[in-house]
Design a protein around this ligand. Structure first.
Ligand SMILES: Cc1cc2nc3c(=O)[nH]c(=O)nc-3n(C[C@H](O)[C@H](O)[C@H](O)COP(=O)(O)OP(=O)(O)OC[C@H]3O[C@@H](n4cnc5c(N)ncnc54)[C@H](O)[C@@H]3O)c2cc1C
Length: 299
């Protein structure tokens, strides 16, 4: 990372809201549901699938958790109404997991029942390791009755993931494989990129072996090539995989995947809590900051 990028990073917390908003539009659809629906409609017309996320986590009260579940239900309705091929992707702590596992279970169950009437789907996201057990319990409890409507995410960074794959119940299974965005302690997680990639490939192989659909959520070009080669060697078809990517991250790469005939689902976040999410994205790619500044100077 160059000196200018380092300066840009250090300045992120004090960047004025207007400027942050400008940079954020690359990574988020906006603050309102209608903006997210428009963005997803555009992506659908370009041949992509979508996943919709309301920004935020760790609600402070049951009322707030119920409000978020209501917003997700309304979002699923809006997608259905516009015939957009997209589903909702929901963080457990946004539905109150840290307040009560029963509450989160109840709200995910309600969402799954709701999307069942819309012929849609709910993805349970995976947060830091303190939530893994409860998240998997909720997933398995609901999967028993609605296996086609619900999927989970697993993190190759965590040492436990290999056992978690073994422990998943038989039956239809839909897993989003990710490296894991939370920096976990070395006693429970790989910390170097190589074992994280190896565990990703191995986890995917084992999931495919047991017949699962695997959403390959990554922007790692080399790993993606290895995943495609693995799928080919195992005779895995498009009924068992898709790529999943974040809006605004390495866009030319995933356009090329689409052009090569791979199914690609784009993750589109929206909501008033956009600043923290965008800061995380910009930290990974401070070049965006430089481009926006250059644009401003030119005007
Ligand atoms: C659709 C989707 C859903 C996800 N859901 C979860 C989840 O439920 N739980 C969880 O823990 N993690 C989730 N993640 C995040 C994931 O765990 C990784 O942290 C993230 O995808 C980066 O890893 P990578 O495989 O892209 O490889 P990396 O090696 O990290 O990145 C490959 C390349 O892409 C660029 N890049 C990657 N991510 C970003 C970014 N955010 N901003 C800018 N540039 C970037 C890097 O600079 C690098 O050049 C999700 C990711 C995606 C794409």
């Amino acid at each position: 990372m160059g000196v200018l990028d380092r300066i840009a990073l250090a300045a992120l917390p004090v960047v004025p809201t207007r400027l942050m908003r400008m940079m954020s539009l690359r990574y988020i659809a906006g603050e309102r549901l209608e903006q997210a629906v428009e963005r997803l409609a555009g992506l659908t017309s370009e041949g992509f699938r979508g996943a919709l996320d309301i920004l935020g986590e760790d609600v402070a009260s049951e009322t707030e958790a119920r409000g978020i579940a209501g917003e997700y239900a309304a979002a699923a309705d809006a997608l259905r109404e516009r015939k957009i091929d997209a589903y909702i992707s929901v963080k457990p702590t946004h539905l109150g997991l840290r307040l009560s596992e029963e509450l989160a279970h109840e709200l995910y169950s309600q969402l799954v029942q709701h999307v069942d009437t819309l012929n849609s789907f709910v993805r349970i996201e995976m947060e830091d390791h303190t939530t893994t057990d409860a998240t998997l319990r909720i997933f398995e409890r609901i999967r028993e009755s609605s296996p086609q409507r619900l999927g989970v995410a697993l993190q190759s960074r965590l040492l436990r993931t290999s056992q978690d794959i073994d422990a998943l119940l038989e039956g239809p299974l839909n897993v989003r494989m990710v490296k894991g965005v939370y920096l976990e302690p070395a006693r429970i997680a790989y910390t170097d990129p190589t074992p994280i990639r190896e565990a990703y490939l191995e986890g995917t192989r084992r999931l495919w072996e047991r017949g699962a659909f695997v959403a390959l959520a990554t922007h790692d070009e080399l790993m993606a090539e290895e995943l495609v080669a693995l799928a080919k060697s195992m005779g895995i078809g498009q009924d068992q995989y898709e790529f999943q990517v974040l809006l605004g991250v390495r866009t030319p790469l995933w356009r090329a995947w689409r052009d090569a005939g791979h199914p690609v689902r784009v993750y589109v976040p929206y909501g008033p809590n956009w600043r923290a999410y965008s800061t995380r994205r910009l930290k990974k790619n401070p070049e965006v900051f430089r481009h926006v500044l250059k644009d401003l100077v030119r005007r």
